[in-house]
Design a protein around this ligand. Sequence first.
Ligand code: ADE
Length: 242
Amino acid sequence: MRFDIISLFPQMFDALDFGIPGRAQKKDLLKLCCWNPRDYTSDAHRTVDDRPYGGGPGMVMMYQPLADTLSAIRAQQGHAPVVCLSPQGRRLDQKMAQRFAQQTNMVLLCGRYEGIDERFIQHFVDEEVSIGDYVLSGGELPAMTLIDAVTRMLPQALGDAESAEQDSFMNGLLDCPHYTRPEIVADSAVPPVLLGGHHEKIARWRLQQALRRTQKRRLDLLQHRQLSELEQELLNDQSTAD
Ligand code: ADE
């Protein structure tokens, strides 16, 4: 999958040279290409922003440098969905990431300053995406977040030990707790069921833990999800309550 990223700070995306996105790039499963709107300006100062009409603080990213950047991308890559990272967007979740992972190409637009001239958004942006209800200094970190979440779902991006199906949220639940050696640390023991080698019991315990955690911490997730008979039974089971 290829992402063409419009950003005034392309070096920030070097952070994706590590870990799973880094390995996916080396394996040619993921290609990132950054385009700086400053390279598509015509004045000596390479101006990309201006003061907002109507007054107020901050600067707004101008239409023309962005439109010319997108034209250059389209001349090379053809048409692809354009996503703008913005706190005004719809919240990124696992389902949205799965939908994006079906694409072969996407354009990500990273805003800076107070915002982007609304006419560019109206003319060219297919979807605005937020990563949460807080304001960051720009769309670069949100774009990296989106790329990382989508990369995990690309076939062959994860090794056997990292299967995406095991990821938290893949089944609409929070993850269960995890433990590694030693068996006892600071007077805390590993739950005995994990030491017994009984795979079915372990799977039931993990599902029950995931359900209980989700109920306790993110009831909204459970309310949006139909529970199977087994899941309902595990949630109602008081015999092993914490
Ligand atoms: N740009 C600034 N804050 C953002 C957020 N929370 N999500 C997406 N893009 C942003």
